[in-house]
Design a protein around this ligand. Structure first.
Ligand code: CP
Ligand code: NVA
Length: 311
C-alpha cells in the first residue's frame, strides 16, 4: 500500500516523479481559475478523507482544493467531531473509513496515530503533519527551490531554529535529493535530543546524506543557498517561555541572511511569527519565497494523492 507517511520510506525515484508531476500540473493550469478542473482530472470518482487533531490553514485548504481540481472530492472532520474523540479506536476508525473513501490524510498529535491507522486501513494514508514529521511540506519546499532555479543535488540548505517535525522531514529527504543540510538549533531543542526524532540524522547519513549538525547560526548560513526556519513554538509545545529564551539568538534577520549566498532564498512553512524566528523585513523581503511555498502545497499534494492512488 503506497502510504505517504515519511520521506525516509519512499524510494528516491518515486519522490522525484511526484515532484516532476507537481511541476507539470502547476504549469498546465497556469491562468485557469482556482476552482476549475485540471485538463487531466485524474482523480474523478476518488474521495480523500481528512482528519485533523490539530489546527490547519494551508494543509486543509490545499488538499481540499487539490481534490476539487483533480475532479475528486474530500470529506474533512476534526477528530473531536468523530467517535475517535470519544474513545473509538484508531484501528476501528481505519477499518470503517476504508469502506467509504479511497485515501485518508491525518494530522495527528502522536505520530503513532498515523502509523496505527495505516496498519489497519485498506487505503493509502497521508501524513498531514505529526509530532515526528511533515512530509507534504517538504515536497512543496523542494518544489519551490527548484522553480527558483536551485539544483537540489548541488544545494546547501541551512535550517536555523527549532529542531522540529519540519526539520525531520528535510533530514528524511536529504538522501533522496542529495542536498547538503546544515543544522543550527540550540541545546535542548536539537533533533537528536528529542527522543521522537533521535537517530534520524544518522539514518540519513548512513544513506550518504551530507548533514552537518551542531553548527552555530552563522556557520550554517555562510554560503548557503537557502535559509529555512519555522515557528519556535509548535502545536503541542507547552514550554513557550523557555523556547523563546533559548531560540532568541537563532533569529534570521537581514545580517544573518547576508551571510548566505547573494541570491539565497528564505523559506518558512508558515504560520510565521514576525520578530521571533525571523524579522519582518526578511519574511517580506525580495529573497523570501514563502507565498510561493504555501501555494506549492497545493500542487505537490495533488501529486502525492495521485501517487498514493496509482494515477
Ligand atoms: N505549513 C502548514 O502545514 O500550515 P497549516 O498548519 O496551516 O496547515
Ligand atoms: N512545526 C509546526 C509546523 C506548523 C505547520 C507545528 O508543528 O506546529
Amino acid at each position: 500500500m503506497p502510504h505517504f507517511i515519511s520521506l525516509a520510506d519512499i524510494p528516491a525515484a518515486e519522490l522525484r516523479a511526484i515532484l516532476d508531476d507537481a511541476h507539470a500540473m502547476k504549469a498546465a493550469r497556469k491562468g485557469q481559475s482556482k476552482g476549475s478542473l485540471d485538463s487531466n482530472a485524474a482523480l474523478r470518482g476518488e474521495t480523500l478523507a481528512m482528519i485533523f487533531e490539530k489546527a490547519s490553514t494551508r494543509t486543509r485548504f490545499s488538499f481540499e482544493q487539490g481534490m476539487r481540481q483533480l475532479g475528486g472530492t474530500s470529506i474533512v472532520a476534526g477528530a473531536n467531531d468523530m467517535q475517535l474523540g470519544r474513545g473509538e479506536s484508531v484501528a476501528d476508525t481505519a477499518r470503517v473509513l476504508s469502506r467509504f473513501v479511497d485515501a485518508v490524510m491525518i494530522r495527528s498529535n502522536a505520530h503513532s496515530t498515523i502509523t496505527d491507522f495505516a496498519q489497519h486501513a485498506d487505503v493509502p494514508i497521508i501524513n498531514g503533519l505529526s509530532d515526528h514529521n511533515h512530509p507534504c511540506q517538504i515536497m512543496a519546499d523542494l518544489m519551490t527551490l527548484e522553480e527558483r532555479g536551485v539544483t537540489l543535488k548541488d544545494a546547501k540548505l541551512a535550517w536555523i531554529g527549532d529542531g522540529n517535525n519540519v526539520l525531520a522531514s528535510f533530514v528524511n529527504a536529504a538522501p533522496a535529493f542529495g542536498f547538503e543540510l546544515r543544522i543550527s538549533s540550540p541545546e535542548g531543542y536539537r533533533l537528536e535530543e528529542n527522543p521522537k526524532t533521535k537517530g534520524l540524522i544518522e539514518a540519513a547519513q548512513n544513506k550518504e546524506a551530507i548533514i552537518h549538525d551542531g553548527l552555530s547560526p552563522d556557520e550554517a548560513a555562510a554560503g548557503a543557498d537557502a535559509l529555512i526556519t519555522d515557528c519556535w513554538v509548535s502545536m503541542g509545545d507547552t514550554d513557550k517561555a523557555e523556547r523563546l529564551a533559548a531560540l532568541g539568538p537563532y533569529q534570521i534577520d537581514a545580517a544573518r541572511l547576508s551571510k548566505a549566498n547573494k541570491d539565497a532564498l528564505f523559506l518558512h512553512c508558515l504560520p510565521a511569527y514576525r520578530g521571533q524566528e525571523m524579522t519582518a523585513d526578511v519574511l517580506e523581503g525580495p529573497q523570501s519565497v514563502v507565498w510561493d511555498e504555501a501555494e506549492n502545497r497545493l500542487h505537490a499534494q495533488k501529486a502525492v494523492v495521485k501517487w498514493c492512488l496509482g494515477k
